[in-house]
Design a protein around this ligand. Structure first.
Ligand SMILES: O=C([O-])CC(=O)C(=O)O
Ligand SMILES: [Mg+2]
Length: 388
């Protein structure tokens, strides 16, 4: 058994939207295929992966460092002790040969994307959904196929008025979501307040709003928003300040009693551990958004979950960023609190397999081998093109 080839291609996911920090007019991502010589149902097993929105494609790093290191490793070093499957941790170590610790930069995105494709292949070789394999190997044995999902949107669009923002949110509610998210910090506080009021006006009983500042605020502004947002019963207040400013995060937690969320821009177990150590995050109400597709993949995410356990944090406090099926599998297999989704954005990469419906902000994972990409036809067309 061996990996025959690893292919990558950059795809656009651009749109005219903007959050408080960046616009997405040139956003793209890397799509990866890990081609194996294992045959299932008459076809070679190919695993697929892609990185989450927000960090661009990583093709050059993959081509120059991570792909050659895997392909140059003796195939038997990349196989697990059963001899019957690839070993994601060994493949991860091969990719990270001659990489110094710390300063994670964006190599974590390149490695995380290939790692996603490796896990897809591993679950397909085992002929199981990835969530099933994860529950058996690292979880409670049985997955919980029902996963909480919320609708992320509410970006700043050129020329968008409050009615258009309300229509967008109504569209999510009509599709079965009861928790929605909108951006803040891309306008002044008064404007953001009007936008929040407009969205709250269309939410019914039991429906909730989360807000996301994308790390835009300095300490004073983060605290000023914390005070203003305290007037609302929000689902969470996300990434008030720079993702590595743990002191700012802790200062916000001191004054803001509602739930906080952060972590999508922490790209390693060590950075996540610093958030837990120094960020003032509260086990009983706050949310952790580490996204494996940006942060060295599931091999590293398992280390992060272990770190959380050691610090008495439940995996149920994790609701990853990114809206991809990989995190849905981890949520179902390992008991995370749910996953983000972008019903109208970054398609065809995000979302669910065809036919999966959202009800009360929950979905049920279908029985598909691997991560389940084959069940999403618009996405799989691109994937299949990589190995045609
Ligand atoms: O706008 C972005 O970069 C995405 C983001 O923060 C989120 O989904 O929470
Ligand atoms: Mg965010």
């Amino acid at each position: 058994m061996r990996i025959l080839d690893i292919r990558e291609q950059t795809f656009p996911i651009s749109s005219p939207i903007r959050n408080a920090f960046i616009d997405f007019s040139r956003m793209n991502l890397s799509l990866v295929a890990v081609v194996t010589d294992v045959v299932r149902e008459g076809r070679p097993v190919v695993g697929y992966g892609f990185n989450s929105n927000g960090r661009y494609g990583q093709g050059s790093m993959m081509r120059e460092r991570f792909i050659p290191r895997v392909l140059e490793t003796e195939p038997e070093e990349l196989i697990d002790s059963s001899g019957e499957n690839l070993d994601p941790a060994a493949i991860w170590s091969a990719m990270m040969r001659n990489e110094k610790p710390g300063g994670h930069g964006e190599r974590s995105v390149a490695v995380g994307t290939i790692d996603m494709a490796v896990w897809d292949a591993v679950a397909k070789i085992a002929e199981k959904p990835l969530y099933q394999l994860l529950a058996e190997r690292y979880g409670q044995g049985t997955p919980d196929r029902e996963v909480f999902v919320y609708a992320a949107g509410g970006y700043y669009y050129p020329g968008q008025d409050l009615k258009a923002l309300q229509d967008e949110m109504r569209g999510y509610l009509d599709r079965g979501y009861s928790v929605v998210k909108k951006k803040i910090g891309g306008a002044d506080l008064d404007t953001d307040r009007r936008r929040i009021d407009a969205v709250l006006d269309v939410l019914g009983p039991g429906q909730r709003l989360a807000v996301d500042a994308n790390g835009r605020f300095d300490r004073e502004t983060a605290l000023r928003y914390a005070e203003a947002l305290s007037d609302y019963d929000l689902f969470w207040y996300e990434e008030p300040g720079d993702p590595l400013d743990f002191e700012l995060q802790a200062a916000v937690a001191e004054v803001y009693r509602g739930p906080l969320a952060t972590g999508e821009n922490l790209f390693s177990m060590q950075d996540s551990r610093n958030l837990i150590r120094y960020g003032g995050m509260r086990r009983d109400r706050d949310w952790l958004q580490f996204d494996c597709a940006l942060s060295y993949g599931l091999v590293e995410y398992l280390r992060t979950l272990e770190m959380l356990r050691e610090n008495d944090w439940s995996p149920g406090r994790c609701v990853p960023h990114g809206g991809h099926q990989m995190s849905l599998n981890i949520a179902a297999g390992l008991g995370l609190g749910g996953n983000e989704s972008y019903p109208d954005l970054f398609q065809p990469f995000g979302g669910f397999p065809d036919g999966v419906q959202v009800q009360d902000s929950r979905i049920v994972m279908p029985e598909l081998p691997g991560i389940g990409f084959e069940g999403k036809s618009d996405l799989f067309t691109h994937m299949a093109g990589l190995v045609a």
